[in-house]
Structure formats: structure tokens, C-alpha cells
Design a protein around this ligand. Structure first.
Ligand code: BDR
Ligand code: CA
Length: 311
């Protein structure tokens, strides 16, 4: 199996992304889950990550606490989307599994140094603070990373936290800039693709119909998420952003995109965190990311539902 580290700020959609990874041990070995402040503050993201591991029946998964704020800015959170706890919807027990003592950034650095070059993939699902801190502190890890497959940014779909920025990049644009300039191969799941993964009523019912604790909890999570988005966007259902990352690792053929240059706006107040993506290749700036634009949503949900049924 491919070795991965999931860097996350759960979040209902982060939770589903984690469940998808944990349900796929033949393909993915989750070396650890590193938490960052984002959707909610760090004490809640570390709590929620452990709740999800216990829900999956895998309390032996190692969960680490990372950075509690962006590199140089105040933390912006998203309780308006995810609820007070970040994981509103289902009623799940408080976690009893331990949080690891080691700092998430040290875990990322040590793990990359301990494994053969090119054998560990990073999967960031939140602001890029932990990953950027690791790259800054230990530049030798950059060539050791197989790939970074992340959820963040937007181009045609513009923004969801400001008119021009997607939440994960907006929260810590300086961290994003470090990652996008790192030279590490990047696969980026922007809103352009995640807004195509809509949890319609039928898809939500398919989760519930699994009849398992996991299936019902995922239905309740995506229900909660949906109420907010329906009001705001009037769309058919809520987008399942972060699971695009873990689904890509399992079934890359469901996704398509372009190798292009993507730069991060860090200077402007108006456009903070904008991902300036050269989709039409109008500059000669070097491609630094595979920017995903489309996916086969029906097969994505089929894969997700089948895998969740295994937990
Ligand atoms: C991203 O922001 C968070 O609210 C979600 O978990 C996802 O990672 C979408 O913009
Ligand atoms: Ca997230």
C-alpha cells in the first residue's frame, strides 16, 4: 500500500476523507494523522480526528497535534459551515484514544527522513501551516516527498470564504505559497472539482442505507453540511471537498486536470489567498501543479459508499 500522512482540520468533509482512507488498507497505509487549526481551533480538530478514528474502529491510528495558528496571521475558522464543534451532525462519543506526544511537524519531518525517498505522500485537507513549517524547518524533506495531494484553491469557481479565495488557502496564504513553490509534485483539488461532488438526497440516503454506525454518521454529517450550503448556494447538495483527495489516491482515473502554474496571492487585502491558476497557459511560468478540474461524480460516490460499507 501507498504510505500517506493525512494533514487535516476536521470538519465533516475531512472526516469522510479520513474514513475513506481508513477503509482502504490494501491501497493506503495511513502512517499518521496530523492536525492543524482551520475549520475550528486545534483542540477541536485533534478531538474530531480521534472521534473519526474511533468511529472507524481504528483507535490505534496515530493522531498528532500541529500548529495552532497560521504562520503570520490570525486564525480564521469556519463554524458557520461546520458548526460549533466542527463535526456537528451526528452524536458521537468523546474520544478515549490518546493524542501522540510528538508535535505533528516533527512527526512529518521524522517520517519523511525515516522512509525511502519518494515513498511517502502528504495529503493536506486544511490550511497548509503544518506542511509549510516542516518544509521551512527541514528543507531536506522536499525531495523525499513522493507527492502532495491537497484540497485547496479555486479558479473558475472563484471563492467560498471571500469572492476570490478558497478557505484552506485563505487561512494561511504564506504557508500555501511555501508549498506551491517547494518544487514538490503537487496535485490540487480546487473548488472547481469539489463543487461537482454534491451530496444529493439520493447519495445521502445511500450512506444511511448502509445501516452501519459509519454509514449513519456520514449521512448525518453530510445532512448537517447540506443545510448550510442549500441556503447559501441553492445547489442540489453540499460539496464533499476533502474526500476528493483520498478518492484520487484510490482512483486517479476518475479525475482530470492540467499541469499548470499556480501562484498564491499574499500581498493584496482584497484578493488574499487567491490561487492564480494559469489554466490557459498565458504565461511562460513553469507548471508546478496538476490542477484538477473535473471528475466522474457518480463513480466517486459509488467508490465512497462501497468503501464506507467496509467499516
Ligand atoms: C475546505 O475548507 C474546509 O471548510 C473544508 O473542510 C475543506 O477542506 C473547502 O474550502
Ligand atoms: Ca478541511
Amino acid at each position: 500500500p501507498r504510505k500517506i500522512i493525512i494533514d487535516t482540520d476536521p470538519g465533516q468533509d475531512d472526516a469522510v476523507a479520513i474514513l475513506l482512507a481508513l477503509s482502504s488498507p490494501d491501497e493506503l497505509e495511513v502512517l499518521g494523522i496530523t492536525c492543524v487549526a482551520g475549520n475550528v481551533p486545534l483542540p477541536l480538530t485533534t478531538r474530531n480526528a480521534r472521534i473519526v478514528c474511533e468511529l472507524a474502529g481504528m483507535p490505534e491510528t496515530r493522531v498528532f497535534a500541529g500548529c495552532d495558528r497560521p504562520l503570520g496571521r490570525d486564525l480564521v475558522t469556519a463554524e458557520h459551515v461546520h458548526g460549533k464543534t466542527g463535526l456537528d451532525g451526528p452524536t458521537l462519543p468523546e474520544p478515549t484514544m490518546p493524542l501522540q506526544d510528538q508535535h505533528a511537524v516533527d512527526f512529518i519531518i521524522d517520517t519523511l527522513r525515516a522512509h525511502p525517498e519518494g515513498s511517502v505522500t502528504l495529503c493536506p485537507l486544511g490550511p497548509l501551516t503544518n506542511i509549510a513549517t516542516a518544509l521551512q524547518r527541514a528543507p531536506d524533506i522536499a525531495p523525499r516527498i513522493a507527492e502532495i495531494v491537497l484540497m485547496g484553491g479555486a479558479y473558475f469557481e472563484v471563492g467560498n470564504i471571500t469572492p476570490t479565495a478558497e478557505f484552506n488557502i485563505y487561512v494561511d496564504p504564506e504557508a500555501a505559497e511555501i508549498v506551491f513553490r517547494s518544487g514538490v509534485p503537487l496535485v490540487v483539488m480546487p473548488l472547481d472539482v469539489t463543487h461537482k461532488t454534491l451530496v444529493t438526497k439520493t447519495r445521502n440516503e445511500a450512506f444511511r442505507a448502509l445501516g452501519t454506525r459509519v454509514g449513519i454518521a456520514v449521512a448525518q454529517m453530510t445532512d448537517f453540511f447540506e443545510r448550510f450550503d442549500l441556503q447559501k448556494y441553492g445547489s442540489e447538495g453540499a460539496p464533499l471537498h476533502d474526500p476528493c483527495v483520498t478518492a484520487y489516491l484510490l482512483a486517479p482515473h476518475l479525475f482530470s486536470g492540467r499541469h499548470i502554474n499556480v501562484e498564491i496571492e499574499t500581498q493584496s487585502a482584497l484578493c488574499r489567498g487567491m490561487t492564480v491558476a494559469d489554466w490557459w497557459r498565458v504565461t511562460d511560468r513553469k507548471a508546478n501543479a496538476l490542477f484538477i478540474g473535473d471528475l466522474d461524480a457518480d463513480h466517486f460516490f459509488k467508490l465512497l459508499t462501497e468503501r464506507l460499507a467496509r467499516l
